[in-house]
Design a protein around this ligand. Structure first.
Ligand SMILES: Cc1cc2nc3c(=O)[nH]c(=O)nc-3n(C[C@H](O)[C@H](O)[C@H](O)COP(=O)(O)O)c2cc1C
Length: 109
């Protein structure tokens, strides 16, 4: 709710050797979880990297992805795909395939 970050292990996540960053979070109180906020704060070597982000929720993700996107853009990350899965959609193989295909496409772009 307050967009706080949990301390995570490892303290820093170096993605400089990665082609693409993929971050998913459950939605808590219409926002990302403290662990995911902590993971984003811990990202290193991410300037100029592409990212695909997604959230799972019961019914509404509301501000989750816009807030996540802004935090990533603040670290120089370019968000190229965004997906929300509600309780029903998480069982939807077609929608999951669209997410996976977009990850593969972004990696190869
Ligand atoms: C503390 C808490 C807060 C939640 N807040 C929301 C919410 O604001 N909106 C929503 O649609 N779902 C909410 N949910 C449901 C979760 O987003 C959903 O259960 C989760 O995405 C499923 O992933 P999981 O199996 O990893 O928990 C909340 C769940 C918990 C435990």
């Amino acid at each position: 709710m307050k967009e706080e970050s949990d301390a995570i292990t490892p303290e820093s996540i170096d993605v400089s050797a990665s082609d693409l960053v993929v971050i998913g979070t459950p939605v808590w109180a219409f926002k990302a979880t403290p662990a995911i906020n902590g993971a984003i704060a811990s990202l290193r070597g991410c300037n100029g990297k592409k990212a695909v982000i997604f959230a799972t929720c019961g019914s509404s993700a509301k501000d989750t992805l816009p807030i996540l996107k802004k935090a990533l853009e603040g670290k120089g990350v370019i968000v190229v795909g965004q997906f929300v899965f509600n309780r029903k959609e998480i069982e939807d193989g077609q929608k999951i395939k669209v997410l996976i295909d977009s990850i593969i496409a972004a990696k190869n772009r």
